[in-house]
Design a protein. Structure first.
Ligand code: CKU
Length: 605
C-alpha cells in the first residue's frame, strides 16, 4: 500500500494546493564542482521553467545530451495557516528519480519518472517563513527501473543514455509541483465501481481515511442538484434514473466526500465521476452494455521546446484534432500521462488505454527496430537484475492504478509495451504484473500488453493472460515496404489467419500500425517516406483489419511526429505522425477522417 494519498491536489475548505510552477534555479552536476553542499542551495543564476524537459532550451549539445544529476531550486513561503495540517510537496512527476531537500535537510525520494509522489515537510518546514526547496533529479537509464536502457561512458568521460525504446530520454521536472496541505484526519483514497442496467445504476464505494471520523457522501448532477447521499465508508448508492457517461458524450456527477466528527467537518474532497460500466464479452468491448470499436492513436507527451514537459495548450490542441478526425480513444504510450489529460478525457468522453512505463523490456540497442522485425530475442526476464526490475514495475502498476482508477475515461490497463514474451522466463514475470493490476483495481478493468511482431500466435507465451489482445504491427513498413507491399499484405493475413484459428474469443486492438512519412515529401507514384505511401500503407492495413471480425479497434502509431534519439533510422525523430510535431495534418489525416467518420461506433458487432 502506498504511504501517501494519490488523490489529485485540490483547494477545498479543508485543503490547499499551491502550484509552484514558474522559473526555478537550475544547474547540471557535471562533476567539476563539489555538489555535496548543493542541498542547501545551488550555485549560479541559471533559471529554467517548471514544468518542462530541460533538454531543448539550450544551444549546446553537451547540455541537451547531459546524463546524470541535474538540480532545481526554488523558495516557498509555507503559510502559518498550514501549521495544524500535514504538509507535503507533491511532484506530479520527476524523471526518472529524485531526491527532495527542504532547508538543506532531505525530505524524501522517489524513483519512476512518470507518476506522482509526495514528500512530507510537516516537521521540517519553517511556518510563516521562507523555505528553500532543492530537488536533485537523475535521468540515467538502467535495467532495474522502467523504462529500460543503459548508461554508457564515452572515451571523453561524458555519460550518455542508450534507451531500449524509441523516444527521446527527456527528463527533469516535466510536470507541475504543488505545496499541499491536508488535514491530519483526512480522506485518503476512494474506490468506486459501477453496475449499470439500462438507466439503473449502482455505485459501490469504499472510502479510506487517515484517522477516525464519520464518512458521508453527497452526489450532485451537472445542474448542481443533489442526486443521492449516503453515510459510512462502505456501501452502495442506488440510482433509478442515472445519467450515464457515454463514449464522446460524457456526463459527470460531482461526488463530495466528507469526513467529520462531533466537532464538525474534518475534511472534504470533491471528485468528478462518470457512471459507466466497462466489460469484455466474447470479442466485444462493451461500455454500458453497448459495443464500441476503438478509433484513435498511440500518443506521446512531446512537443517543440517543452520536450515532454506538460503543456495545457498542446493538450487542448490534441483533443481538438482528435475530435476533428473522428477518434474516440488513445493509448498513453509509453507511460501514464499528466493527470490533466485524464481530466480532459473524462470531460470529452474519450476512452483511454492507460500504459505503465514498462517499455524496453527487450534487449537490443535498437530495440524499436529489432522489435519491428522480430529480431533480438533473449531471456530478458532471467537476469540477476530481474527481481529489482519486477519490484519497480509492480510499484509503477500500483501507483498508476491508484492514481487513475476513478477516471471514467480509463477503460483498460496496458501493462507492458513490446516486452520479450517468447522466453519461458517471461510468463512468471508477466503473471505477477497481471495479478497485481487485478488485485488493485476496484473496477477490474481489462488488462493487456502491447505485442510486437515476434510475439506471434505461435511464439508468444503470455497472451493468455490478456483480457484483450494489443497488436503492434508494421507490415508494409518494417516488413516488406514499398513495392513489396502486396507480399506484406499476404504475410499480414497469414498471421491474422493463425490468430483466427486459435479462436481466442477475445477482442483484438491494433495498438500500433502505420509507417514513417516526411511532411515535406510528395511523390507520384509513391516511394516509402512520401505522403502518398503513408496513404497506401494505411489502406492496406485497414483492409486487413476489416477482414477479421474479432478486430475491435485501431490506434495508429503515432498521433504526431515525435523526438527520438538520433540515428540512422530516425530523421530528427520518428515521423509516423498523422500530424506533424507542430500539430498540422499530413495527407493521411484526411484519409483517416473519412474512414473514422464513417465507421459506426459499434462497428462489427
Ligand atoms: C515504433 C514493433 C514496434 C514497436 N513500436 C514501439 C514504438 O515506441 C516505436 O516508436 C515501434 C516505431 O518503430 O515507430
Amino acid at each position: 500500500m502506498l504511504e501517501y494519498s494519490m488523490l489529485y491536489p485540490v483547494n477545498t475548505p479543508t485543503r490547499t494546493a499551491v502550484c509552484l510552477d514558474g522559473m526555478w534555479k537550475f544547474r547540471l552536476d557535471n562533476g567539476h564542482d563539489d555538489s555535496s553542499r548543493w542541498a542547501h542551495g545551488i550555485p549560479g543564476h541559471d533559471m529554467i521553467p517548471v514544468p518542462a524537459s530541460f533538454q531543448d532550451f539550450y544551444t549546446d549539445k553537451d547540455t541537451r545530451e547531459f546524463t546524470g544529476d541535474v538540480w532545481y531550486e526554488t523558495e516557498i513561503i509555507v503559510p502559518m495557516s498550514m501549521k495544524d495540517s500535514d504538509v507535503f510537496l507533491r511532484f506530479s512527476a520527476a524523471t526518472h528519480r529524485a531526491e527532495v531537500f527542504i532547508n538543506g535537510e532531505k525530505a524524501g525520494e522517489h524513483e519512476g519518472g512518470f507518476l506522482p509522489f509526495m514528500v512530507s515537510i510537516t516537521d521540517k518546514a519553517r511556518y510563516g517563513e521562507t523555505n528553500k526547496i532543492v530537488v536533485k533529479v537523475n535521468n540515467e537509464l538502467n535495467e532495474t527501473n522502467i523504462p529500460c536502457g543503459r548508461t554508457i561512458t564515452l572515451s571523453n568521460g561524458k555519460k550518455m543514455t542508450k534507451p531500449y525504446f524509441d523516444f527521446y530520454n527527456y527528463s527533469g521536472l516535466q510536470r507541475s509541483v504543488f505545496l499541499v496541505s491536508i488535514p491530519k484526519r483526512s480522506i485518503f483514497d476512494a474506490d468506486l465501481s459501477y453496475k449499470v442496467n439500462g438507466n439503473v445504476a449502482d455505485i459501490t464505494y469504499n472510502i479510506r481515511t487517515a484517522g477516525e471520523g464519520r464518512v458521508s457522501l453527497k452526489l450532485f448532477d451537472e445542474n448542481g442538484e443533489k442526486a443521492a447521499e449516503a453515510e459510512g465508508c462502505k456501501g452502495t448508492i442506488h440510482l433509478e434514473d442515472a445519467h450515464l457517461w457515454q463514449v464522446l458524450d460524457a456526463y459527470l456527477y460531482k461526488l463530495v466526500i466528507t469526513l467529520s466528527d462531533d466537532s464538525g467537518i474534518l475534511d472534504t474532497y470533491p471528485m468528478e465521476i462518470g457512471i459507466r460500466e466497462v466489460c469484455i464479452q466474447g470479442t466485444d468491448i462493451l461500455i454500458n452494455g453497448k459495443p464500441v470499436y476503438l478509433k484513435g492513436f498511440g500518443k506521446h507527451e512531446d512537443s517543440d521546446i517543452m520536450g515532454r514537459g506538460f503543456s495545457r495548450a498542446v493538450m487542448k490542441r490534441d483533443f481538438e484534432l482528435m475530435k476533428w478526425i473522428g477518434a474516440n480513444s488513445f493509448r498513453t504510450s509509453h507511460y501514464p500521462y499528466d493527470e490533466e489529460t485524464y481530466i480532459m478525457a473524462d470531460r470529452e468522453g474519450f476512452l483511454i488505454i492507460d500504459e505503465v512505463p514498462a517499455v524496453g523490456l527487450f534487449e537490443s540497442l535498437v530495440n524499436f527496430l529489432d522489435a519491428g522485425t522480430g529480431k533480438g530475442a533473449s531471456s530478458f526476464f532471467a537476469k540477476e537484475t530481474t527481481p529489482q526490475l519486477l519490484n519497480a514495475h509492480l510499484k509503477a502498476v500500483e501507483e498508476m492504478i491508484t492514481r487513475d482508477k476513478n477516471h471514467p475515461s480509463v477503460i483498460a490497463w496496458s501493462l507492458l509495451n513490446e516486452p520479450e514474451s517468447k522466453d519461458e522466463s517471461s510468463l512468471p514475470y508477466f503473471t505477477k504484473i497481471f495479478r497485481k493490476a487485478l488485485e488493485i483495481d476496484p473496477q477490474k478493468r481489462p488488462r493487456s500488453f502491447a505485442m510486437e511482431v515476434s510475439s506471434g500466435p505461435d511464439t508468444c507465451r503470455c497472451y493468455q493472460l490478456c483480457d484483450f489482445i494489443e497488436l503492434n504491427r508494421y507490415y508494409g513498413w518494417y516488413i516488406k515496404g514499398g513495392y513489396e507491399i502486396s507480399d506484406a499484405e499476404v504475410m499480414f493475413r497469414r498471421e491474422m489467419d493463425q490468430w483466427k484459428a486459435k479462436n481466442l474469443s477475445k477482442p483484438f486492438i491494433f495498438t500500433e500500425y502505420g509507417g514513417d512519412t516526411l511532411s515535406s515529401e510528395h511523390k507520384l507514384p509513391s516511394v516509402m517516406w512520401s505522403q502518398e505511401y503513408q496513404d497506401e500503407v494505411l489502406e492496406m492495413q485497414h483492409r486487413v483489419f476489416d477482414a477479421y471480425d474479432f478486430v475491435k479497434g485501431e490506434q495508429i502509431w503515432n498521433f504526431a511526429d515525435f523526438q527520438t534519439t538520433e540515428g540512422l533510422m530516425r530523421v530528427n525523430g520518428n515521423k509516423k505522425g498523422v500530424f506533424t510535431r507542430q500539430r498540422q495534418p499530413k495527407d493521411v489525416a484526411f484519409l483517416l477522417r473519412r474512414r473514422w467518420k464513417e465507421l459506426p461506433s459499434g462497428y462489427k458487432s
